[in-house]
Design a binder for this molecule. Structure first.
Ligand code: G6P
Ligand code: MG
Length: 220
């Protein structure tokens, strides 16, 4: 029986993935590092420090900065990102997501959040969804980031459900790997080529209806 659906945030509940991209590009421009849309796919789901490391590695700049300078660069990106997310309102919840969350609640299916973002509570507050999630994993408590399954396993623990009774929803390749390795059923949102390891892929959140989830669960 399906007991829980555990969601990623950025690019799943709201389109903050685009804001992360804009903020990293701004930092990249300053450092003379071009961040393409294709490379940005590799940053989705990846935490702030590791994202910066991957960006610097593009131009062999990893050794060019001390640890404290890297921390300052990550803070600079985040400060800009925080100004972008200030504008978020409930209108920015991606299509179909509010209806899906309402339906899951009605059916007593638990709702969890498994996001690597330290800004997740702020974003949920802007979206008016702070009370909607039954649990939110605090990424600061984790040992490993996605693609490690830890965050999804932790969400299941917090909801007192087993991974086999749960679905994970992600827009990132690393996130799909994390869900699969947690032995949950994975649903990808986005490009089916990028997310080819997902159990099922929808191109937009609009297609992620409660009816669709039930169908997938019955036929898995
Ligand atoms: C999510 C996003 C990443 C982001 C990470 C950390 O996983 O997909 O793009 O880097 O969260 O977010 P934060 O808001 O803590 O910098
Ligand atoms: Mg995401």
């Amino acid at each position: 029986m399906l007991k829980a659906v555990i969601f990623d945030l950025d690019g799943v509940i709201t389109d903050t993935a685009a804001f992360h991209f804009i903020a990293w590009q701004k930092l990249g421009n300053k450092l003379g590092i071009n961040i393409t849309e294709a490379f940005n796919e590799e940053l989705k789901g990846v935490d702030r420090t590791e994202s910066l490391r991957r960006i610097l590695a593009l131009e062999n700049q990893e050794q060019a900065f001390s640890t404290s300078e890297k921390a300052a660069l990550a803070t600079e990106k985040n400060d800009f990102y925080v100004t972008l997310i200030e504008e978020i309102t409930p209108v920015d919840i991606l299509p179909g997501i509010s209806e899906l969350l309402d339906k899951l609640k009605q059916q007593n299916i638990k709702i969890g959040l498994a996001s690597a973002s330290k800004n997740a509570p702020t974003i949920l507050a802007h979206l008016g969804l702070s009370e909607t999630f039954d649990t939110i994993v605090d990424p600061a408590t984790l040992k490993k980031g996605k693609p490690d399954p830890e965050i999804f396993i932790q969400a299941c623990k917090q909801l007192a459900v087993s991974p086999a009774e749960s679905i994970g929803v992600e827009d990132a390749y690393s996130g799909i790997q994390a869900i699969n390795d947690a032995t949950m059923y994975s649903i990808g949102i986005g490009d089916s080529k990028t997310l080819n390891e997902a159990n099922y892929v929808v191109s937009t959140t609009r297609e992620l209806t409660y009816k669709k989830i039930c169908e997938l669960w019955q036929n898995k």
